[in-house]
Design a protein around this ligand. Structure first.
Ligand code: ATP
Ligand code: MG
Length: 396
């Protein structure tokens, strides 16, 4: 019989009245993510998502890898379905997991029976199948306390399923159940991790990137689009709004005191991001800010930059150490691209002595010489909306 996946639901099972809505979203997400891999049937029963290839053309290995990155799932089992009788179960375990048992020093069988009409209890199934397996694999000892390998048998409504150890799922909540937010995506290490962390909490992600051609290169922009593509492995396709920031940066350079350059620039980023966010139905902004990391990330600086925004600003990395952030970047596969040496617009016109404890009054005074609204309108008119998805070709 063919291989199918059983994907176990995470926190969703704790949801009360909203459970149905969460499950619908998850089913939709899994369906969409399976599309590039062929024809799969996806359905939810008994707190489990079933993913079943419908023909021999389906790319089961590709689909399996994709499932490992879908939020809302705690564990994934690749299994084989069979008839709900002991002979079929035993034969299926032999055919599917026999080689694994031959390589293991010891084993046990763990069974679950959610179909209560099945004549044996869970323990009865484990004893019966375990006994037969012990006879068939005399070099693999039974060890119910500390086995090297565990065979799982699940007798469910539609069929019996056998599998080896489950692998951990991506965790979190299904993308989309937590609303939609706009992530300010730079080419650095932090912001892709911030996008991933909110996506993990069920938030649908859209991105905005500010670039300052010719002060920053086409490569710097490609790097950011590539980072976005890498994050879509987890959050599904997304839109990246690319905003030309050159004019604003030049206006700041020409009209404002140097020590406020970065702060004023960041206030523009925030305000423009919020306008695009509101147009696109995003309820919050996300940044990769991290308390104390650089001059513009002190409490006072954050207050000044946040003052232009009236929707929540999520900063999921605010209290983390750099090492912790790097560990996540490495795990999700963005680190290598983030550390490529193409410059970000934040490094253009950086002040020698940035103000670390600004007040709002000081910054408003420092930006007096600018026609903020005109500059914002001009930047908004430059927005290029680019759709990014994981099966696009890598950009770098
Ligand atoms: P990152 O590693 O994400 O670049 P960082 O430590 O370099 O962060 P900053 O340069 O101060 O810190 O940027 C703080 C946050 O502002 C970033 O995490 C990101 O959310 C946003 N940001 C910075 N530069 C840009 C940009 N060019 N376009 C969009 N957002 C940006
Ligand atoms: Mg940066």
């Amino acid at each position: 019989m063919k291989e199918i996946f059983l994907l176990k639901l995470g926190e969703i099972v704790l949801k009360g009245a909203n459970k149905r809505q969460f499950e619908d979203k998850l089913r939709q997400n899994v369906r969409r993510r399976m599309k590039p891999y062929g024809n799969f049937d996806v359905y939810i029963m008994q707190s489990t998502v079933y993913v079943e290839p419908m023909d021999d053309e389906a790319d089961v290995d590709g689909a399996w890898e994709a499932c490992r990155c879908i939020f809302g799932l705690v564990s994934l089992c690749r299994c084989r379905a069979c008839e709900k009788d002991l002979d079929s179960i035993f034969e299926t375990v032999e055919a599917y997991l026999g080689d694994d048992l031959d390589c293991a020093a010891s084993f046990k069988v763990e069974s679950k029976r959610s179909d209560k009409s099945f004549p044996l209890t869970s323990i009865g199934i484990s004893q019966e199948i375990g006994g037969r397996l012990a006879e068939a694999h005399p070099d693999c000892a039974v060890d119910v306390h500390n086995p090297a390998y565990t065979v799982y048998v699940e007798v469910r409504d539609l069929a019996a399923y056998v599998h080896g150890p489950a692998v951990p799922g991506a965790g979190g909540l299904p993308t989309g159940v937590g609303g939609r937010a706009m992530c300010l995506l730079s080419g650095g290490i932090d912001s892709p991790v911030a996008a991933y962390m909110l996506a993990k909490r069920g938030v649908e992600i859209e991105c905005v990137h500010f670039f300052s051609y010719p002060y920053t290169s086409q490569l710097a922009k490609d790097k950011v689009l590539e980072l976005a593509r890498l994050v879509t492995k987890y959050c599904g396709r997304m839109t990246v709004n690319v905003v030309s920031f050159t004019q604003i940066q030049e206006a700041i350079r020409d009209n404002c005191p140097e020590e406020y350059f970065t702060l004023i620039m960041r206030r523009f980023m925030m305000e423009i991001s919020q306008r695009i966010a509101k147009d696109d139905g995003c309820g919050a902004l996300i940044t990769g800010e991290n308390l104390g990391q650089v001059a513009s990330q002190t409490m006072q600086a954050m207050a000044v930059t946040g003052a232009v925004v009236d929707i929540p600003i999520f900063m999921p990395l605010v209290g983390m150490d750099k090492e912790e952030i790097i560990t996540i970047a490495r795990k999700i596969g963005t680190l290598e691209t983030s550390i490529l040496p193409y410059e970000d617009c934040c490094t253009v016109f950086t002040p020698k002595h940035p103000k670390t404890k600004p007040t709002l009054g000081q910054v408003q005074h420092a930006e007096k010489g600018l026609d903020r609204e005109a500059l914002i309108q001009e930047a908004l008119a430059s927005v290029e909306k680019i759709t990014v998805k994981y099966d696009d070709a890598p950009l770098l």
